[in-house]
Structure formats: C-alpha cells, structure tokens
Design a protein around this ligand. Structure first.
Ligand code: HEC
Length: 309
C-alpha cells in the first residue's frame, strides 16, 4: 500500500474505513453515532490526529534517511518517489482499458483508402474496454434469450404481480403490528376478548366518573341506549372519545391521554353496552340510531311522564 498510494490519499481512506466501522458497530438508531455520542466524535478526531501524526513521522524518517544517502542513491530514490506519486498503477490500468493506438508518424500504415470530402478514416484497434463490453453483451443476450424466450421465464407482468402480492402481504403484516395507526376513518369494531378487556380497563380508569361502570350515565350521557348525541357507530364513537364532545359539555378530547389503539378498544367496549340494562339509567339524549327504541325513554318522554305524574 505504502508504495502505491501517496499519504494525502492514504490518510482519508484509512480514516473513512475507521469511521464506517464505528458507525456500523455502534447502534445509534436513526442518528449517526458521532452525533448521538459526542465521545465517538472525540474518538474520530483523535484517530484523525494520530493518522496525521504517523504520516508526519514517516515523512520525517524518510527525510532523515534521505540525508544519509549518497548522491546517486538520493537521485534514484527521488525518481522512484516521483513515479509513485504519478499513480503508475492507475496508468497501467488505463492503458490496458484504452489500448494503444499507433503513433502519429505510423498512421500511414492503417489509413483506409476511402476519402469523403477530405475526411479519412484510420483503422485503429478497437479499445479493449469496448471489445470486452461487446462480448459481455453477447453472452448476456444469449442467456437472456434462453431464459425468457426458450424456457419462458417470468414476464414483466408476472414480476409486477409477484411484487404487488408481496407488497400486500407486507402491508397486512405491518398493520398487524402497527395497531396504533388507527384513526376514526380506519377504525373497525374490535371484538377480540383481549381488546374488549383492555377497553374495559381503560373505561374503568378514565370514564366511569361520568358514565358509570355500567354505562348508565351521570354527568355524561347514557351509553347503553341507542340514542346518540354524536353518533353511535364505531367511527363516531372513536371520534367522540378522541376529539371530545361538544365544547363546554365536559367530555374532553382523550387523544392527549390515550393512544389510538386504546381509544379503539374503549370505543369498542362502549358499544358492548348497547342493549344492556344499567342499574340507574340516565334518560336518553340525542337521536335514535338503529333499531327500535327499547331503551330508556328520551328526555322529552321523561318530561311528559313526569308531568303526567
Ligand atoms: C368529565 C366527565 C366525563 C368523562 C370522564 C368522560 N366523559 Fe364521555 N361524555 C361526557 C359528556 C358530558 C358527554 C356529552 C358530550 C356532548 O354532549 O357533546 C359525553 C359523551 C360521550 C360519548 C358520546 C355519547 C353520545 O351520545 O354521542 C361517548 C361515546 C363517551 N362520552 C365516551 C367516553 C369515554 C370512552 C370516556 C373515557 C375515556 C369518557 N367518555 C369520559 C362526560 C365525560
């Protein structure tokens, strides 16, 4: 290495290798490790300093050595070094790829005998990179022809369909683990016992003060009847719990305290109250939604009954 690459290239290369390794080894989440952990930044700076120091020392040693050499070896050494700095290996690779063309003096040997308005053509060798690229494309074409035409490999449509099917599966998979993504548009009634139980727990910690354990209502409306002020389908109930009721009524927006999945669970639990008979039902409020009015009488009806009595 040392003979091939000059130090101003060597230092950054080694530094970036070490940088890459630290980033790979240290788990720092989305941020780069050297931003998350300032110690890493310090370490990298130290590494850089040490690398530069090593180069400086090597350079100094070389200088000392140079002074000890006699004139002849000095000249040879410097010439050698000069060559090194010219990246002779890159030159070699370059010539191998581009090939050699005839020097101008010998061009007469390869000139073709046609002539268009004074424009002549040389029959140079094709550059090796081009020739090899051409051979590679022939091989590729042969394999391609066999695979897709002779042995009828998958068409682009087939590939698209496989990818779409795979994507669908991944989306399903993702949705399963990302229940938290629900909002009132995408929410669906949860029926799993575990979800209902979780909803019950949430309800009993947060909601019973106003809605009672059995949903019969108190400060908040009765949740067991099929009268709803704000809508009785899962989407509406989710929205009510998440965004709160009409302002000033006392039903706050719970989205600040409950996660979306918890709201979906508690909303599903609330809907299990439908058709049950609470111990102390509050008079129905809001519009009758779905089914016959078999539940508690509406506020208006109660008033009528009261006045009759
Ligand atoms: C501070 C008392 C209070 C608490 C606590 C409370 N609510 Fe309410 N809730 C109300 C009031 C008052 C309303 C009526 C809102 C309106 O009229 O706009 C209401 C309305 C509702 C409605 C809509 C009823 C309808 O007829 O449309 C649902 C559903 C509901 N609450 C569920 C919950 C859930 C679930 C919780 C617990 C996370 C909860 N509430 C906590 C007071 C409360």
């Amino acid at each position: 290495m040392r003979n091939l690459i000059p130090s101003w290239v060597r230092v950054p290369i080694i530094f970036f290798i070490i940088f890459g390794v630290t980033e790979y080894v240290i788990d720092s989440g989305k941020q780069p490790a050297f931003i998350k952990y300032p110690a890493v930044l310090l370490f990298l700076l130290l590494v850089l300093l040490i690398l530069i120091a090593i180069e400086a020392i090597l350079g100094a040693l070389e200088n000392v050595m140079l002074h000890k050499l006699d004139e002849e070896s000095k000249v040879r050494f410097l010439a050698e070094k000069e060559k090194r700095l010219q990246f002779s290996w890159i030159n070699t690779i370059y010539t191998k790829l581009v090939g050699t063309s005839k020097p101008i003096e010998e061009e007469g040997e390869i000139i073709l005998d046609h002539n268009y308005d004074g424009i002549k053509e040389l029959d140079n060798n094709l550059p090796p990179w081009w020739v090899w690229g051409f051979y590679a494309s022939i091989v590729f074409a042969a394999i391609y022809l066999l695979r897709f035409q002779v042995f009828s490999g998958p068409t682009q449509i087939d590939e698209l369909e496989t990818e779409l099917a795979q994507a669908k599966l991944s989306i399903e998979e993702y949705k399963k683990t990302a229940k938290d993504l629900v909002d009132f548009n995408s929410v669906e009634l949860l029926t799993d016992a575990s979800d209902i139980n979780a909803g019950k727990a949430t309800f009993e910690t947060n909601c019973v003060a106003c809605h009672m354990v059995d949903g019969g209502g108190g400060i908040g409306p009765n949740l067991t009847d099929n009268h709803w002020i704000l809508g009785g389908d899962i989407k509406s109930v989710f929205k009510t719990v998440s965004e709160g009721g009409r302002s000033g009524k006392g039903m706050i927006a719970w989205k600040a305290q409950l996660k979306p999945i918890e709201i979906a669970q508690v909303a599903s639990y609330v809907l299990t109250f439908q058709g049950t008979t609470p111990a102390n039902p509050k008079a129905a409020e809001g519009d009758l939604i779905g089914g016959a009015d078999t539940q508690a009488p509406t506020e208006a009806e109660t008033t009528i009954t009261d006045s009759i009595n």
